[in-house]
Write a protein that binds this ligand. Sequence first.
Ligand SMILES: *Cc1c(COP(=O)(O)O)cnc(C)c1O
Length: 442
Amino acid sequence: MNNAEMTTLIEKFPLLNDLIALKEVAWFNPATTSLAEGLPYVGLTGADVKEAHARLARFAPYLAKAFPETAATNGIIESELAAIPAMQKRLHAALGQEIYGKLWLKKDSHLPISGSIKARGGIYEVLTHAEKLATEAGLLNPEDDYSKLLSPEFREFFSRYSIAVGSTGNLGLSIGIMSARVGFRVTVHMSADAREWKKAKLRSHGVEVVEYAEDYGVAVEQGRKAAESDANCFFIDDENSRTLFLGYAVAGQRLKDQFAQRSITVDEQHPLFVYLPCGVGGGPGGVAFGLKIAFGDHVHCIFAEPTHSPCMLLGVHTGLHDAISVQEIGIDNLTAADGLAVGRASGFVGRAMQRLLDGFYTAEDQTLYNMLGWLAAEEDIRLEPSALAGMPGPQHVCANEAYQRMHGLSTEQLNNATHLVWATGGGMVPEAEMAQYLAKAR
Ligand SMILES: *Cc1c(COP(=O)(O)O)cnc(C)c1O
């Protein structure tokens, strides 16, 4: 983008001034529609999500044996829901804005196998690919007990195929561990942000890790290239994959069931607000889609990004989607929230979901560290910095009367609200690394 184009863009979208100045901003989307109006643009339906549920149910007996930590839930990979009332008070005291309603945490940070939200999409896509190969080879039927995939014959079969992926860390962890367990040869292309312990963990599982000095975009491009030259290599495309997206979407109905168990009502008088940390967009986009399918217009989805990597806000706000990167407007994409260090958003997710997302905001790294410290102190829950991005969200919503008016939300409805912060990672962070995070909190 040359200077003249940049000036025109900023004139049209003055919010970019604050983005470029790395200020914390909130932008509530004036173009949201009902689910009924917005759904056709997604290009996927509730039936697709149902199919994903069914596939994961077929794999459950396999997963329960392949990863004994999932045996307790019979091979279903799902996270806990935790009320965090002490954190709710702490946020009020620290920032002066009351949070109306009740604050909850969705602990994807503690999902089995890879300790992040990527245990949803990443694992689902690897399993989908394995099922397709084995079915096409005549080795597997949907009626079979899938634990047969653990046999040496299947592992020999899968070893003829390989998988490649580009990642800032957590997607690589999920796809690497799952692929290696199935028996695939797997290569993870890691961006410079990726933490050392994630690379070491992958190598201990027999995964090939290729390191880059550049950011996520370069790691993905290199992964894509490496896979192109090998017909038996499947490249998992974090930027465009419908399969990943559907793996995440399963969270919607699962959450609805968890709410029902706890007698938490979500309806017109009891709105649900969900705050989702966003990197390239597949994780939060897929979860938001699943939430909309499960809760309809009673759920409000809001995306959170670091001030240094606001790629989805930039793409949706300008309507340019993946035709613009944060670097092009002078933002460096350097953040302690490594899971969110993405400069160019998924064009697929932005275009598919823009009508169904209520808003976007940014948070400084120091805000994430502070909230990381408060959550550890108040609730004894430890997360990685990316996973705190959702935490400032409830206060943005409760403070913004224009947004409340736009959606016709009354004081009573706000007092009945459930605010759910999606904690996307951190359960496997080594202690020494966690101590460094905690030391940065103020
Ligand atoms: C990947 C990731 C996200 C965001 O998911 P995207 O699909 O990249 O948008 C959020 N938090 C953590 C911890 C992650 O690893």
